[in-house]
Design a binder for this molecule. Structure first.
Ligand code: GLU
Length: 319
């Protein structure tokens, strides 16, 4: 994988944004969270934060959107620090092969979620962040990390989205009560979900998100930071989980087609990490049937094809 000349990369991003503006197939916005249903499907943005140099953007890259499940990358980063290895006795690291909010597997596996990126796994991670303190403290930590990584204090939580999800989050409540019954949550369900719903409601732009992810493409290090954000080993493991579990039950397909560790969210964002090269964020609110942005994925495919940025080697048309 190679770094690219800034002008060439900017041209590619502009062309991708132009191409995406003309797409008629744009997927469907997430309607199970009413506030997300208001998103405008005509939007598309992309940002690339190269390991050296400034962030490059195209399209609606400065418009904020609900990062939803992409927040699970940041909460996992915090939970690894907080719980160390004990984390892995409460959540697995295998792809689930099921929908992101599936209940069936959780019962078969006695309340231990397959991985930290499906909803059940992220709820366990939220419980770890909450342990021994009030929800506001845990939410404050998540927001502080997002701001620090994005190097932008204006990153915030969209309260309308958090409220909307709290009102309609019965499936997540079912997952949480089940795990609580199995002894895998230590804090009261309503408090753990308060943390979870608020982390999902963090709002960021592609520019902010690409910048925030850059510690994962630089072995845990972030330019301008005195200390590492995470150890090299943890950065490697987060990337491995993004590759195998980051797009839910379509993670295999994304790896097969594109080959970039990534995490999607039902707000239409996709964060991708090209180790040693760049952190990438794409956003368009229309989703495919698995719950990931249709055009966000298309943009990654095109970017990987034109830059050669895939951890498995060049992406070509023939398969
Ligand atoms: N807040 C969403 C939920 O719990 C997150 C799902 C996602 O972004 O994939 O359903």
């Amino acid at each position: 994988m190679t770094e690219m000349r800034t002008e060439v990369l900017q041209e590619i991003l502009d062309e991708i944004a132009r191409d995406m503006a003309h797409q008629t197939e744009r997927g469907a916005v997430a309607s199970y969270i009413p506030e997300l249903a208001k998103a405008d499907r005509s939007r598309f943005g992309i940002a690339v934060a190269p390991i050296e140099g400034d962030v490059l953007v195209a399209g609606d890259a400065d418009e904020r959107f609900s990062i939803q499940s992409i927040s699970k990358v940041f909460t996992l980063t915090l939970a690894m620090e907080r719980a160390g290895r004990e984390l892995w006795s409460r959540v697995g690291r295998e792809p689930s092969g099921n929908r992101f909010n599936s209940i069936v597997q959780l019962e078969q596996e006695r309340g231990v979620p397959r991985n930290p990126f499906i909803n059940a796994g992220a709820i366990v991670v939220a419980d770890i962040l909450l342990e021994g303190r009030a929800p506001d403290a845990a939410i404050g930590d998540v927001l502080a990390l997002c701001r620090r990584l994005a190097q932008d204090e204006t990153v915030g939580i969209d309260d309308a989205v958090a409220e909307s999800e709290t009102r309609t989050g019965e499936r997540n409540r079912a997952l949480a009560y089940f795990m609580s019954a199995e002894g895998n949550l230590r804090e009261p369900v309503d408090k753990t979900l308060d943390v979870y719903f608020h982390q999902c409601a963090v709002a960021m732009s592609c520019r902010q998100l690409a910048r925030a992810g850059s510690y994962l493409c630089a072995a845990g290090r972030k330019r301008g930071f005195a200390d590492k954000v995470v150890t090299l080993d943890r950065a490697r493991r987060i990337n491995a989980l993004m590759m195998t579990c980051g797009l839910y039950d379509a993670s295999g397909e994304f790896a097969f087609q594109i080959g970039i560790p990534a995490k999607s969210g039902v707000g239409g964002g996709v964060l991708g990490i090209v180790p040693g090269v760049a952190s990438i964020a794409a956003w368009s609110p229309g989703l495919d049937t698995h719950g990931s942005s249709l055009l966000g994925q298309a943009a990654f495919r095109e970017l990987a094809r034109r830059t050669g940025w895939s951890v498995f080697g060049p992406v070509s048309e023939d398969g």
